[in-house]
Design a protein around this ligand. Sequence first.
Ligand SMILES: C[S@@+](CC[C@H](N)C(=O)[O-])C[C@H]1O[C@@H](n2cnc3c(N)ncnc32)[C@H](O)[C@@H]1O
Ligand SMILES: CC(C)=CCC/C(C)=C/COP(=O)(O)OP(=O)(O)O
Ligand SMILES: [Mg+2]
Length: 294
Amino acid sequence: MTSTEFTTVNGTSAFVPSPATPYQGDIARYWNDEARPVNLRLGDVDGLYHHHYGIGAVDHAALGDSEDSAYEKKLISELHRLESAQTEVLLDNLGVIGRDDTLVDAGCGRGGSSVMAHQRFGCKVEGVTLSSTQADFGNKRAKELGIDDHVHAQVCNMLDTPFEKGSIAASWNNESSMYVDLDDLFAEHSRFLKVGGRYVTITGCWNPRYGQPSKWVSQINAHFECNIHSRREYLRAMADNRLVPQAVIDLTPDTLPYWELRATSSLVTGIEEAFINSYKDGSFQYVLIAADRV
Ligand SMILES: C[S@@+](CC[C@H](N)C(=O)[O-])C[C@H]1O[C@@H](n2cnc3c(N)ncnc32)[C@H](O)[C@@H]1O
Ligand SMILES: CC(C)=CCC/C(C)=C/COP(=O)(O)OP(=O)(O)O
Ligand SMILES: [Mg+2]
């Protein structure tokens, strides 16, 4: 961060760092203003608020009859269950984490993954986001849950964090790496991770086998003001920054049922077709990459 400015958040005074670039200012504004029902209504199911997508098979028995008056509510619960299942898979890949460890949730959104990590490992989790609205939301949820001594969010550029060199046991980007240069991102994770620590990303990436980003990938970029990288860029930038892949899992077949279900819901946002078509034509992939910091 280059400078700080004084601001007022919910009637209390706080220092919010100025964005490092005009683009980061756009992204901060985007997430400060975001209040899509597809995210808030799903989060209301159990108080875990996610800004990522789901994986796993749809439980049609739990959904029941689509003519039923309770069907839409069940559909929302089912989409939310699949989004939390996505986080569980990310956490499965973090390796052995102790209660005394600190983890970094880079691009933490409203903090759903941070809470789940603490609930599983009993560890500390530090979230960073460009959005003060999201950081406030995450800190309020942590307080309500009585875990604010362990789960904390701050407004901070994930390319330039305050975490000490070699101090972090594991870190991740859950659908947040498409907003940054990957070399800069992995250099920063590599700096604050302990040697032997684990890094995990779940991301959408364009498939080099397709050739170039398809029109659907361009549509997703425009919709979210992001810049989707290719699978090749991820692996190259990791290799250049002492992150050695331990697992590369193609989650594309596992995320398609989520999208096909979401496309039938009242909470559609209009981006469903681009995800479904790009996953089906092979131009876009949903992947998990887990890497060791060596
Ligand atoms: C799609 S949301 C993902 C949120 C969260 N990881 C989740 O799974 O719910 C993208 C997040 O990346 C954050 N982000 C984008 N660029 C960032 C940057 N340079 N530094 C910190 N956070 C960033 C946004 O503020 C937002 O919270
Ligand atoms: C896989 C890719 C390319 C993701 C782009 C980043 C992104 C915006 C993720 C979902 O956020 P969200 O949960 O706020 O989006 P939505 O409102 O569509 O559910
Ligand atoms: Mg969402």
